[in-house]
Design a protein around this ligand. Structure first.
Ligand SMILES: Cc1cc2nc3c(=O)[nH]c(=O)nc-3n(C[C@H](O)[C@H](O)[C@H](O)COP(=O)(O)OP(=O)(O)OC[C@H]3O[C@@H](n4cnc5c(N)ncnc54)[C@H](O)[C@@H]3O)c2cc1C
Ligand code: SF4
Length: 502
């Protein structure tokens, strides 16, 4: 195989929320940056409207990666320029204040989440990524009904804030935003970094960080064929200043462990798993119109956040109960369904290791929700079902194996509350993943320090969701970007001062 060699001041592995933001800051400060991305660059205008084709292109392993163990939990991850931001709904939340306080008190991260620096980063990102509250004109029938349920039940519902001020309400964020209204990294910080001189190498999978005498000096991997994903060339990129690993909470620990790092690498894996409930209404809901996700109900004390989630027919159809003629009849009512989901701030901790066999993503993720997590899931499902009836649903499909497939009245929701739910009864999915290279002052309980530099290794940083010592209970991309912004800015300043001193 031919060998490709390259060199840059900063080599960044991964172009998702963390990596693209680091590239934007470092290239913006005049540094020589090379972004290395395993997935392809998918131009939004060329991405297929058909959702399964779009997922095959942009999702890791066609969204089939799951946790190992008795209760396989699907883990949704992006594998393309922009990472998971290229397939997400653009929901924006700042780091919650209670989480910030916990990170300072229990993990010694006062410097990392210093208020002034963090607020500046949030403000810059909000300005540059066109962050705005979703207008009620973009609710569509799905969010309108959730707003109605909140009014009826006195719940604290609100329009979502998103990085999509120019959203047209086409309900197809999963396929990529055709008009580039949503400011995912592939249409915002990656091209911006390129305009500032950064280079982008796609279809380049990094396997390990090269170390010499306790210093990260570069990365090694392969270029892959876009269709077969087989290696077509070997790749070695040297870093004059630093390597930044931003490959996500699942892939970053795999790269670090393959590079010989141990300790807490891969430990403390955390997530926000969730599931959804479908309701059938007499009048049309028309989930194909409106923001894919536009309305939310944060229930922090319950560790739940409820959200509207509009799905295209291909993904909604398998969620409809029944078989044969009855299922076909339900398909004819496609326009009359609303779908709402929740994410749960689970307390469970898992672990990630390089996969020894199977597991296309190269990672073995072990994770099992606790009994208390499942109690919260049960509560979330019951609340969503009650909300559906409060909004006028005729039937609700709770999607729980072993319980009735269809509820016809709010009184039946008690069936959920009386049940002991196990993970295998539910269609849970996790798309917010954290913690496998967690930040902290103490090197025996963390992987990176307050500047997101790996303890005990020179020139190696981690800037992605894996540095979070805890999960958040809210959508994470804004906090991932802001932490990367703060850490990259400090790195740029230190590098500049060294250059001036020399
Ligand atoms: C379907 C979906 C919807 C979501 N909706 C929202 C939302 O609305 N709001 C929100 O806040 N969050 C949302 N999230 C979560 C959010 O997008 C992620 O938490 C965030 O993007 C994670 O950022 P990251 O930098 O850790 O990793 P990612 O964004 O996943 O980026 C990692 C990148 O590294 C690349 N990579 C991995 N391994 C290698 C390797 N070996 N070599 C080279 N490159 C590699 C990947 O291809 C990827 O591009 C959603 C996630 C999903 C999957
Ligand atoms: S709903 Fe449509 S227009 Fe709005 S951000 Fe998503 S894909 Fe873009």
């Amino acid at each position: 195989m031919r060998v490709i060699d390259d060199v840059a001041d900063f080599v960044i592995v991964g172009t998702g929320a963390g990596g693209a933001t680091a590239a934007r800051v470092l290239a913006g400060a005049g540094h020589d940056v090379l972004m290395v991305e395993e997935g392809p660059l998918l131009r939004t205008a060329e991405r297929p409207g058909e959702v399964l084709d779009a997922m095959a292109m942009a999702f890791r392993d066609f969204a089939t990666a799951t946790t190992r163990g008795a209760y396989p939990l699907p883990l949704l991850q992006g594998r393309c320029v922009g990472g998971a931001t290229a397939i997400n709904s653009g929901i924006i939340w700042r780091l919650p204040e209670d989480v910030r306080a916990e990170w300072i008190a229990r993990h010694g991260l006062a410097h990392l989440v210093e208020r002034r620096a963090l607020d500046d980063a949030f403000e810059n990102i909000e300005r540059e990524l066109e962050v705005a509250e979703t207008s009620s004109k973009l609710f569509g029938g799905n969010a309108e009904r959730m707003a109605e349920a909140c009014r009826a039940l006195g719940l604290p519902g609100q329009p979502m804030t998103r990085n999509a001020a120019r959203c047209q309400g086409t309900a197809r964020c999963l396929q990529g935003c055709p008009g580039e209204a949503r400011q995912s990294m592939d249409v915002s910080y990656v091209p911006r970094a390129q305009r500032d001189g950064a280079r982008l190498l796609t279809l380049a999978r990094i396997d390990r960080v090269l170390m010499e005498w306790g210093r990260a000096v570069g990365v090694q991997g392969v270029l892959v064929d876009p269709v077969t994903r087989r290696p077509v060339a070997q790749l070695r990129v040297m870093a004059r200043e630093a390597v930044i690993v931003s490959a996500s909470a699942v892939q970053t620990p795999v790269i670090l462990r393959r590079s010989g790092l141990r300790g807490m690498v891969g430990e403390r894996f955390q997530a926000h798993p969730g599931c959804a409930v479908v309701g059938r209404f007499d009048e049309a809901v028309t989930m194909s119109r409106g923001a894919t996700q536009g309305y939310e109900v944060p229930l922090r004390d319950k560790r739940l956040k409820l959200e509207t989630l509009s799905l295209p027919p291909e993904l909604l159809a398998p969620r409809l109960p029944g078989a044969g003629a009855m299922w076909q009849r339900r398909l004819t009512e496609m326009d009359h369904y609303a779908q709402w989901s929740f994410i749960c701030r689970m307390e469970a901790h898992g672990r990630v290791r390089p996969a020894l066999f199977g597991g296309g993503s190269g990672a073995a993720v072990h994770y099992t929700p606790t009994a208390r997590d499942m109690d919260r899931v049960r509560e979330g499902l019951a609340i969503l079902c009650r909300m559906m009836f409060a909004a006028g649903a005729r039937e609700v499909f709770p999607g729980i194996a072993g319980l009735p497939a269809v509820f016809k009245s709010a009184a039946e929701v008690e069936t959920i509350e009386r049940a002991t739910l196990r993970p295998h009864q539910l269609n849970m999915v996790a798309s917010h993943l954290f913690g496998t290279a967690c930040a902290g002052r103490d090197s025996s309980t963390s992987v990176v320090d307050e500047n997101l530099a790996v303890h005990g290794v020179h020139g190696l940083h981690v800037m992605d969701a894996s540095v979070f010592p805890t999960n958040l209970g809210v959508n994470p991309q804004h906090s991932i970007m802001a932490l990367a912004w703060v850490a990259a800015e400090r790195l740029a300043n230190r590098s500049r001062s060294r250059a001036v001193a020399a």
